[in-house]
Structures are given as C-alpha cells and as structure tokens.
Design a protein around this ligand. Structure first.
Ligand SMILES: C[C@H](O)[C@H](O)[C@H]1CNC2=NC(N)=NC(=O)C2=N1
Length: 175
C-alpha cells in the first residue's frame, strides 16, 4: 500500500511557490509596474481581473530601475500612484496636462551648490538608466520632477528614482 507521504509532492517552500507568479526578474509589465522583489498578483481593485505587479519591498530605494522601452508600456493608474505615494512622502504627485509626475523642491545655499546637487542626481540617474527633469530657478530654487517619458506618465521606476534621490547626502547644500 503506497503511503500518503509518497503521494505528496516534495515540500515546496512557500517562498518559491509565491515566486511561482513572479515576473522574469526586473521585467516591467505594461502597467508601469514590475516585480523585482514583488510578484504578479490579481488586481482586486476596481480594475477587474487585470494583473498588476507591485513592489513588496518596504524601501523602494533598494529596488533597481528597469529599461522602459517595452512596447505598449502605459502609465500606472492614479490609484496605483496614490498607493505608492506614502513610500516617497517628501514628494508631491501632480498632473500636468494629464501627465502624472512626482515633484520635490529644495532651497540651496547658492547657485553652484544647486549645480552640485544636479551633478550627484545626474550620476544616480545615469547609474539607474532613468532620468529626472532638473530645474534651477532664481539661483537657489531647485525643483526635480520625475516621470516616465516613454509612456507619458508614472511607472515604478519614477518612485524608485525618487526614493534613491531622497537618500543622497545633500544636507550640506541646503539653506
Ligand atoms: C532604454 C531606457 O530605459 C530609456 O532610454 C530611458 C532613459 N531614461 C528615461 N528617463 C525617464 N524619466 N523616462 C524615460 O522614458 C526614460 N527612458
């Protein structure tokens, strides 16, 4: 008589079964999300059965931006953007001509330190392959806006870049 144990599949650790749904590492889905550390989960929101991904890691700055040259990439919904917004509390969500963006402002001590701030943000952006819009107005007012140009709206890349910018050592540049 075959024992029950022989019939049972080998124990599959919860983690690996959970990652059974995971997207190929670092791939972005078409709705501006991706699952480098999350997984594809049924969307229980009002959007019906479309699948969406979400970033399960607490600290977005530990994530990595992914190339956003995927065909058919569309911006995330306002609901998704509002759900991610608490992860980047120093940034504001705005819609400019229907294009959702993240925006944060700093007042720097002088013009050259404004350019210094731009330089370290630029180095970060280059390393992530995802770039912000940089503004330096009235010599000491820095504004950074982040959005995904490839789809005309927000993707998780934008939230990751914002979280990483918040970790940069710029205190000494500020008024
Ligand atoms: C392939 C690579 O993802 C693209 O060239 C990147 C470069 N940096 C970018 N930055 C931003 N903000 N949006 C983009 O669509 C974008 N595209």
């Amino acid at each position: 008589m075959l024992s029950v144990r022989r019939l049972l599949p080998l124990y599959v650790p919860f983690k690996s079964s959970r990652h059974y749904f995971s997207l190929k590492k670092n791939s972005m889905n078409n709705n501006g999300g991706f699952g480098p550390s999350g997984f594809v989960a049924p969307d229980v929101s009002s959007h019906g059965s479309t699948l969406r991904t979400f970033c399960t890691s607490k600290d977005l700055s530990a994530e990595k931006c992914v190339p956003c040259n995927r065909k058919g990439l569309s911006p995330m919904t306002e609901d998704s953007a509002n759900a991610l917004k608490p992860k980047v509390p120093k940034w504001e969500l705005l819609s400019n001509g229907g294009v959702m963006k993240l925006r944060r402002k700093w007042k720097v001590k002088n013009f050259l330190l404004g350019l210094e701030l731009f330089k370290i943000v630029a180095d970060l952006a280059e390393s992530e392959g995802h770039h912000p819009d940089l503004h330096l107005v009235g010599w000491n007012n820095v504004t950074i806006e982040i959005w995904t140009h490839a789809c005309g709206g927000l993707t998780q890349n934008d939230f990751i870049l914002a979280a990483k910018i918040d970790k940069l050592p710029v205190e000494s540049y500020l008024k």
